[in-house]
Design a protein around this ligand. Structure first.
Ligand code: ADP
Ligand code: MG
Length: 457
């Protein structure tokens, strides 16, 4: 066991391969918990019914990256509504998930992020019913729950999915948008818990449903903030603002450059048919994820405070260098990631505008390195996929690749030359499967538009 006890992330890729194949125990830097690959890792996310699977097409037998059309999801949720409640839904709304191209762990540091909405949606089909209850059926959990629309309360089970809906209803009511009783079917093609923001999709879809039902509209920034507050206060997740902003405001064929401090949004055209966004799900989610997220937030806040600043957005690299003695080593590394990532994000937006793809690729690669080494939120499976993509590199059609989302599992995002897409996707999936015995899923998506009312009643 030559590598036992070492940090696998710094091993050369081929050495890592041999470790993964043998399921050797590897000690992590951060968790002190030996991790072991089971012969088949548990799939920590579940699918939202039959319609979700084609969205993330498994490429065990073929490499067909199909698109789960919004129309299909609308049809399927309509049918389900009809089966359950014996009539056609009056309202249909949709809100997308998102992928972040660059600017990771930056929204809560007041910096710049560059996400796009993906063609995966949470759809809600709904119809009015007498009384003051919302009856909601989620296809993903195969569960029906009731929430009082007069006074939405938290579910007794912490972390229950209905809290995302209840929190948004409560936020709407606080703004005097009071829906009558309704029945609804929730069906999502955003993979749940995979870092593509199924949580923002369900929140934003709920807020959009309330808009459709009441005929009122909530100003987009206010709508995103209302949804974020629901996630904080009802679901207990201290998320930043990126996900909800993306699900509300993104435009088709554009990335969204969001200044998380001023909340100014710039839509960056991203319609080059020669470049495809490829998202690969590692299908792992390490237990550390939630606790470490909060810990990163605290470390950043502590670093900012010690530098006499409100947030790391206000720091400069010079300042970090000259006042290094004020921070401990971990805080210095976290701050270095944040400062570097903010400038990489702004630079990436400029490079995309200029179609300077080599530069975009460099920035994505640097982002991953920083998340792995300084921010320490990657994991072996994410590093493996990124390493595999780098082995292919620009000659094989990979422009750049990085982990995306909170980390400790979830997905990578890569930009790939469309002409070489099939080859790249097949190779990455095969190598990942060979090395981990985990079936990855591959999704491609054009930048999608934000939430919408599909049928207004
Ligand atoms: P992500 O947002 O990356 O998918 P989160 O952990 O933030 O992961 O959110 C996942 C949670 O959101 C689920 O555990 C569930 O509570 C809720 N959720 C999202 N989509 C649905 C859905 N279609 N039905 C029920 N719950 C959902
Ligand atoms: Mg989420």
């Amino acid at each position: 066991m030559p590598f036992r006890g070492q940090d696998a992330r710094h091993l050369p890729h081929r050495a890592l391969r041999s470790i993964l194949c043998r399921g050797v125990e590897v000690k992590r830097n951060d968790g002190n918990r030996p991790d072991r690959y089971p012969s088949r890792a548990p799939c920590m996310w579940y699918n939202a019914g039959a319609i979700a699977r084609p969205g993330f097409s498994s490429i065990r037998s073929e490499c067909s990256m199909t698109t789960t059309l919004l129309d299909q999801l609308v049809a399927s949720s309509t049918n389900r509504f009809q089966e359950l409640y014996g009539r056609k839904p009056r309202w249909l709304v949709a809100a997308p998930g998102r992928v972040n191209i660059i600017g990771e762990h930056i929204d809560y540091n007041d910096g710049f992020v560059l996400p796009m909405a993906i063609e995966r949606y949470c759809v809600i089909a709904a119809g009015e019913t007498p009384g003051n209850d919302a009856t909601l059926f989620s296809v993903a959990t195969d569960e029906e729950i009731n929430i009082s629309v007069a006074a939405p309360s938290r579910h007794a089970t912490p972390g229950h999915w209905s809290n995302y809906v209840a929190g948004v209803l409560a936020g709407c009511i606080a703004r005097k948008l009071r829906p009558a009783g309704f029945q609804a079917v929730i069906e999502s093609s955003v993979p749940v818990g995979g870092g593509l923001s199924s949580s923002a999709a369900i929140e934003v879809a709920t807020a959009t449903l309330v808009e459709a039902m009441t005929g009122a509209s909530i100003e987009p920034v206010e709508k995103a903030l209302l949804c974020q507050r629901a996630e904080h206060e009802y679901a207990g997740v201290p998320c930043g603002i990126m996900d909800q902003f993306a699900s509300v405001m993104c435009r088709a064929d554009h990335l969204m450059l969001l200044d998380c401090r001023s909340r100014h949004v710039e839509h960056i055209p991203f319609g080059d048919p020669g470049v495809t966004v490829v998202i690969i799900n590692t299908h792992v989610k390490h237990e550390l994820a939630n606790g470490e997220y909060s810990r990163r937030r605290d470390q950043c806040q502590s670093a900012a405070r010690k530098l006499g600043l409100n947030s790391l957005r206000d720091a400069t690299l010079d300042q970090l260098e000259s006042q290094r003695n004020k921070l401990d080593l971990v805080e210095t590394r976290r701050a270095r990631h944040v400062l570097g990532e903010i400038s990489r994000t702004v630079a990436a937006a400029a490079a995309i505008k200029a179609s300077d793809w080599p530069r975009v690729g460099e920035l994505m690669d640097a982002s991953h390195d920083s998340l792995r080494d300084d921010y320490e939120v990657s994991c072996r499976e994410l590093d493996l996929l990124v390493d595999l993509a780098r082995e292919i590199g620009p000659p094989g059609g990979v422009i750049g690749s990085r982990m995306t989302g909170g980390g400790f599992g979830g997905c990578t995002v890569s930009l790939v030359e469309t002409e070489k897409l099939d080859e790249v996707a097949q190779r990455l999936a095969k190598c990942y499967r060979d090395e981990t015995d985990i079936e990855p899923s591959v999704l491609t998506s054009r930048p999608a538009r934000g939430a919408r009312v599909v049928r207004a009643g």
